[in-house]
Ligand binder design. Structure first.
Ligand SMILES: [Fe+2]
Length: 195
């Protein structure tokens, strides 16, 4: 497969960038498959929880779906813990970063803050303030983040729940992550424009 031959960006020409941009677009288009591949990795260790994170993710998405949430919200539910393995101390940021270019900014905020909001249900066991989320009471995403955590996320550790398989959600992930990212992707200028 063709590749550029520059040794540093100072040598790169328009054709190099056009070639790289082409490959990048294919790479972007294939991102949903890679994201779903990573989601599978959460099926490993259950970390002491009643279900592993993969099952928890599917269950969270299933509950959102059965509660009538829209497709974007269901995809957020499915992917909200995908950063658990790579960034266990900061996992919400990973999912928020993956989703942010394609979803409503309020949904990205919801995913970014879900860990703190979820803490309403356990922070007191660690000597922390379970009401810490109240600092965001006036935020426009407050209600949806409470709903996300209270109805779907914290409720989805039931090994006996009738959880839908991943296949059910794949087309949804492909549609949401297949959207044009906010702001679009920059395109290389035509040859004439550079003369
Ligand atoms: Fe979760």
């Amino acid at each position: 497969m063709k590749q550029a031959r520059f040794r540093h960006f100072g040598e790169a020409q328009r054709d190099d960038w056009a070639l790289i941009d082409n490959r990048f677009r294919d790479y972007v288009a294939d991102a949903p498959r890679r994201v779903l591949g990573h989601l599978h990795r959460l099926a490993g260790d259950h970390h002491g929880y009643p279900v592993n994170r993969y099952e928890h993710s599917l269950q969270t998405a299933t509950r959102a779906l059965r509660d009538g949430a829209d497709e974007e919200m269901i995809v957020c539910a499915l992917l909200h813990d995908i950063g658990d393995e790579l960034a266990p101390a900061n996992h919400a940021e990973i999912a928020a970063a993956i989703l942010e270019p394609f979803v409503d900014p309020l949904n990205a905020w919801m995913i970014r803050h879900h860990e703190l909001f979820q803490g309403y249900h356990y922070r007191h066991f660690f000597g922390q303030d379970p009401l810490a989320r109240e600092q965001y009471r006036d935020h426009p995403a407050y209600e949806r983040t409470v709903r996300f955590c209270d109805h779907w996320d914290q409720a989805s550790f039931d090994p006996d729940y009738d959880t839908l398989p991943l296949e059910h959600f794949v087309p949804m992930v492909e549609r949401v992550l297949g959207r044009t990212p906010h702001g679009g992707l920059p395109e290389p200028l035509p040859e004439e424009a550079l003369r």
